[in-house]
Design a protein around this ligand. Sequence first.
Ligand SMILES: [Zn+2]
Length: 280
Amino acid sequence: MSLQYESNMTKYANVVSKLWKNWRSSSTNQLVNEALKAVKSCTTFMPPIDYRAYSKANFGDFGVHYPGLWRIEINRYHAQFDNITLEYFIEWALTPYHESRHAEQTYRIAQGVLSNEIKFPTKDLANKIQLAMKGRSPKEIRQAYETGNPFEVIDSGSRQAIVKSWLNIPTKVIVHADTHRSYFKNFISSTPPLWMDKRSGTLKNAVIDWMKISYDRYLGEIDRKAQGFVGEKTKTRGFARMYMSLPEEKDAYGIEKQIKLKILNNLGKSFPADENVTPP
Ligand SMILES: [Zn+2]
């Protein structure tokens, strides 16, 4: 199972479409709980994610992902407005799915490395790649890392420790990925998603491109800088555009867009014409 599978995307789109229809007659709690329950049911192939809600009076703030805590939170603030626009509603409702996809990316990297299907660069090598590859394409970064040192494997115990320190995720997630490492092959041999970056070429390469996340988080500042604009209405501008061009974001927005099309289709709406309609 994967978040990119049609069955999961359709299931989630159907729940979200129902949320729109019931928006005015539902309490804030009901709306939040329904959305979180639905996303939870799509992520059962991973260690259970700790889904929560918080409230912050900020229209640009839809949700947060804490990989280190394996936790995803949604901002319930938006769910209290009866006259939310369809554009805002979809952005809000798709946030937990988008953030869960980031969790899946991390999970796949761990699974790929632990199954020896993909190599994980040593800190030294990653550092060099990071410096040499600033601004280069995913393909060039991948080539550089593939010609470097292989992942240093001694035994499965220390392999888990290295992956943990790199990806900064809880032990239970590493252990789960290791136990299910043979599923990585199923994942990379499944149909590549429509939105997959053409430069990746294969799903396995897409996972390697997502792995660049760990270089950025561990060694650089690209991700932190780019995060500054996320969630704001202006997210197609400036830093945000840079952010969306990161392989992991291209993928997460790709999956989001696919579900959005299903929702619009369910509701008989289209964008931009219906962006500002309010719930029935
Ligand atoms: Zn994202």
